[in-house]
Design a protein around this ligand. Sequence first.
Ligand code: MTE
Ligand code: HPA
Ligand code: MOS
Length: 776
Amino acid sequence: MNKQSPITTSPLHVSVKHDSAIKQVAGRADYIDDLVEPEGTLHAYLGLSTKAHADIASMNLDAVRAAPGVVGVLTAEDIPAENDVSSVHKHDEPVFATTRVVTWGQPLFAVIGETREAARRAAKLAKIEYRELPHVTDVDAAVAAGGKLVTEPLKLERGDVEAGFAASQHRARGRVRIGGQEHFYLESQAALAIPGEDDEITLQVSSQHPTEIQVMVAQVLGVPHAAVTVNMRRMGGGFGGKETQGNLFAVVAAVAAKKLNKAVKIRPDRDDDFQITGKRHDFVVDYDVGYNSDGKIQAVTATYAARSGYSADLSGPVTDRALFHCDNAYWYPTVKVNSLPLFTNTVSNTAFRGFGGPQGIIAAERWIEDIAYALGKDPLEIRKANFYGTDSNNVTPYHQVVEDNVIHRVIEDLEQSSDYQARRQAILAFNKTSKVLKKGIAMVPVKFGISFTATWHNQAGALVHVYRDGSIHLSHGGTEMGQGLHIKVMQVVADAFGVPVERVQITASNTGKVPNTSATAASSGTDLNAMAALDAANQIKARMIAHAAFIYEVEPKDVQWEFGGIRAGQQFVPFDELATSCWMNRVQLSAAGFYKTPKIHWDRTTGRGHPFYYFAYGAAASEVTIDTLTGEYQVDRSDVLEDVGRSLNPAIDIGQVEGGFIQGMGWLTTEELWWDQKGQLRTHAPSTYKIPLASDVPRIFNVRLAEWSINKEPAIGRSKAVGEPPLVLGYSVVEALSMAVASVADYKVAPQLDMPATPERVLMGVERMRRARAST
Ligand code: MTE
Ligand code: HPA
Ligand code: MOS
């Protein structure tokens, strides 16, 4: 703290810098591979299947065992209790395959070496004979083979769709393909297991879900949850890829550590991380939409088929969330949608920023676009015609009433600030005369439901200690993956105690301090954990106030909490002196806090309820230029407006919006996952899988928070969640590309680009438009 100008105001709603910012920039922030290794630490490496679907005829590991530096080899037989790491307890995901492999890259064994290099080299020496079986790698093949599912599908229905279609003047029927996405967290999966006495074991992990790691390790070792302690300081990115996908690695390290009584670390190479871990679900959405000449939708039916991979993992809730977002911000008078979480012989797809929601939203935006092209209008006009109302036309397909609709104001605000209408006119004029280069512009909205749809996940705990010097120790159930959760919770606690944020020491997430936590996911990390921390702080404050009232002989109501200390009658007592006084007088200065989200409920069997506490809104307008001879393109400008309610930390929130937008844009334009005929993922490194570069950021990139917004619900500080919703807005780039492509046929035909809209797909789109123009 600067001695010249002491901080005298609350740090809440202020752009306080990320608690790890300096350490990260200076390379001093610890990740798993940076931790000091206990004496004699060993290293594990996984041996993987090289078939997509096969019976294992024989597995000869002699050469692996005999390799230099190898200390041991683990197979399924070495697992003390259950050979299972399936996150939703479906028993469909073994640690090590035994008789059959169901995906390329499935773990068969682990080598434990004195060095990582020794283990890694030895893992390649296994001799495995397979009897190959037929495999399916994508949605089309899965459907053709009978459409086996990994979990129960969902159906949402409201109103009479047959009547809706009967009342429609037009139909939009189509199919949209939306690709998958690799998380590409900078820190790969990693874990360090340190054996303890008796059943005890401690793990250092890179996970969004330390409690699930604890539960899985306990299950595999056959020990009580209480014997396992999981410590998690920070991840080098998670993006959903560390909600369940770290289970395998942690469990392998734990089994090896217990067996050999040595610390064991595991960290796959990037290529192996790509081949082993699940990704975003790609979707094929088939739709039939009835609408009228005014652009108003009357009926929607759609099927959301998703490549789920070889096990259920989170595919149930992910495909559910796609259906929950089949409306985006639009009111459908009648609607019937269903999910198809399909089994495929590929990695088990999992959570990824947005969790199926973006795929649901993009399908909705696609039929909006179809309607606009069919009617010869700007898609933005069709959007406005279909937005949810504020007092009527506000019931979702899952029968929750939208009570906080601000989409009209978001769109109006962004339309003004981005000068959308004038720029669109200028682009139409440009395209008339420009031969090779064509431009496009598009504005898309987002409405995103906030809460875990599994209601019981919406709870959190925190542990707060005030030490007698007035410093504060904070631990909560959430995990830091770069999103700024810790700094926000620190701000909330500092604000509660009236102290500068530097007074609050955040500590690693630890299952021994805060038990039974939920994954840090669904964008709700701050909503849940900051509330739990506030509850703990308030308990301690109440005791401090009672103590001050007693000591200074005033009524508790006459004790005022101020920034820096308390005022008890005429007396001002600095916070640290009050803490010392509480300690001397044996007042407890520690508390465990708890929070559960109010109002929410959901009945999956009837498809009805109030699954979301509130909605977060946003919009983006993007402008692009394409080269119609090569399909190459560039994003000239993007304007983004995000509703985060009353921001707890505007700098952090802007960072989340920028990052989310670019990650969404990358997903939908350049990132392509490609499996070959044999079922091997061939895009498994930065050389073959293209994430956005700094040079891909829009030339002009204006990102704003809707400063006028305030959460109607009493969420923490009246803020709103920010982590996932902005990702969807990357779609504005695809729709702008569509417009540029459509200009080739004078906007008469909807180009219906599949995603990712790579330069190749843009070029093919241009070719289709040329043929369409020739045939009219
Ligand atoms: N931001 C960074 N820098 N790194 C991440 O891994 N994950 C995203 C989002 N923003 C992520 C991120 C995802 S998938 C979610 S659900 C939220 O952060 C989780 O954190 P929150 O609930 O605290 O917002
Ligand atoms: N979002 C993110 N992660 C989850 C969810 C969800 O709704 N449910 C279970 N894990
Ligand atoms: Mo985020 S996909 O909910 O981890």
